[in-house]
Design a protein around this ligand. Structure first.
Ligand code: 7TS
Length: 404
């Protein structure tokens, strides 16, 4: 296990104050904080070798290209992809999902079916609705239960020879539920459907192995994994990436262009039109190195301990209800105080220097299921502490006294 005081020293932002109080950052599911190792990497790029990549013969361009491609290799190893060219740099999870949805728009027919789950973030609902409108395909939904788990027996019933695609998140952003994705993938493959897993919330906590999962597509965002915003990855099996058409046309994604016909570049460049987020990609690699330096086994064990501690402490507060009570969950606690709007709780916590997210968390169908407008969500990372959770508990009690 790591030394928490040493870890916290890596994150300059954790020593700042908010409203005169030490910052307690519990909005990690929205975006994670950045360690100085990643900040240093960004500063080094702009200080020493800022240049466009894959096109210059000059030294700076070569250095930038090497660093960018080195980051792709780091990411390939991290996810255990078979080939480096199966890693496509994107601007984030949302971009990766839209790229795949766009690709499938040319194959889907009106009697085809797409399955999503009741636990999805809007970015894994809206692109598929748009795809269905465009192609006439039908969207089906795996229902959830009161604990915030997917009902697997209903999933099996939805699968048929009409199912072409299944899209499920690895971990729910609103509730923290860890979905049984290995089983979901295996069952989908039995009817010949492809599977995209949205790993935006999983990748900060666990290290997925895309070959072991046998998943067709897996997407993630760097900014939830101690990396910068505006960069992410799409992993796709080579055969799928060769089958899908390009998403955007432009520079770098072509082999040859004439006004009569354009041929496309090989993978991964076919899906990377235009100048990418070069510094972001390099810093994403540095963030993955940083996380692996700590080790995902230690991260998981530490965060599970925080989750257990916080769950016990919060349940001791009278009138507090937790949404998302699966045994298989990560360090996210969504809750409400009886008779009090989540926004009001969040506002008082902010006055105390405690950052949480309030609202529907871009997962309105989950809020509709529970018949609530939203929740207060505290999401923990490996750099949080039990004394910060104690501050949250005191803050919630204060909010309760002030607002009831
Ligand atoms: N999928 C899931 C499961 C997410 O949690 C998010 C972002 C996205 C997709 C979109 O990721 P992006 O990087 O493309 O924006 N979730 C959240 C959240 O829970 N609070 O703020 C953003």
């Amino acid at each position: 296990m790591f030394n928490i005081e040493d870890i916290r020293k890596d994150f300059p932002i954790l020593s700042r104050k908010v409203n005169g109080k030490p910052l307690v950052y519990f909005d990690n599911a929205a975006t994670s904080q950045t360690p100085k190792q990643v900040i240093d990497c960004i500063v080094a790029y702009y200080s020493n070798y800022n240049a466009n990549i894959h096109r210059g013969v000059h030294r700076l361009s070569q250095e930038a290209t090497d660093a960018y491609e080195h980051a792709r290799k780091t990411i390939q190893r991290h996810f255990n992809a078979k080939y480096t060219h199966e890693i496509i740099f994107t601007s984030g999870t949302t971009h990766g999902i839209n790229l795949v949805a766009h690709g499938f728009s040319s194959f889907l027919k009106p009697d085809d079916e797409i399955i999503v789950s009741a636990l999805e973030h809007h970015s894994n609902i809206v692109p598929w609705q748009m795809l269905c409108e465009q192609t006439g395909a039908t969207l089906k939904v795996i229902p959830m239960n009161e604990d915030g788990e997917l009902v697997m027996s209903e999933y099996i019933k939805l699968l048929s020879s009409h199912t072409k695609l299944v899209f499920v998140n690895h971990i729910s952003n609103a509730l923290g539920t860890i979905n049984p994705i290995a089983h979901i993938i295996e069952q989908a493959h039995q009817v010949g459907a492809a599977v995209l897993i949205d790993g935006a919330q999983a990748c900060p906590h666990i290290r997925p192995d895309v070959q072991e999962l046998d998943v067709d597509f897996y997407v993630a965002s760097a900014h939830k994994m101690c990396g910068p915003t505006g960069v992410g990855i799409l992993y796709g099996k080579e055969s799928w990436l060769n089958t899908l058409p390009p998403y955007q046309g432009g520079g770098e994604m072509i082999a040859e262009v004439t006004f009569e016909k354009t041929t496309y570049a090989d993978l991964p460049h076919k899906f990377e039109a235009g100048t990418p987020n070069i510094c972001g990609g390099i810093a994403f690699g540095a963030a993955i190195d940083y996380l692996n330096g700590i080790g995902f086994k230690s991260i998981e064990a530490y965060e599970n301990d925080l989750l257990d501690y916080a769950t016990q402490k919060l349940l001791d507060i009278k009138g507090l209800k937790i949404y998302g009570t699966s045994k298989h969950k990560t360090s996210v606690i969504s809750f409400n105080l009886e008779g009090i709007h989540p926004y009001d709780v969040g506002t008082i916590l902010d006055k105390l220097g405690i950052a949480v997210r309030t609202g529907h968390h871009c997962a309105q169908p989950i809020m509709d299921y529970y018949k609530i407008p939203g929740t207060v969500r505290a999401s923990f990372a490996f750099y949080n502490t039990k004394s910060e959770i104690d501050a949250l508990v005191e803050g919630i009690k204060k909010a309760q006294t002030m607002l009831s």
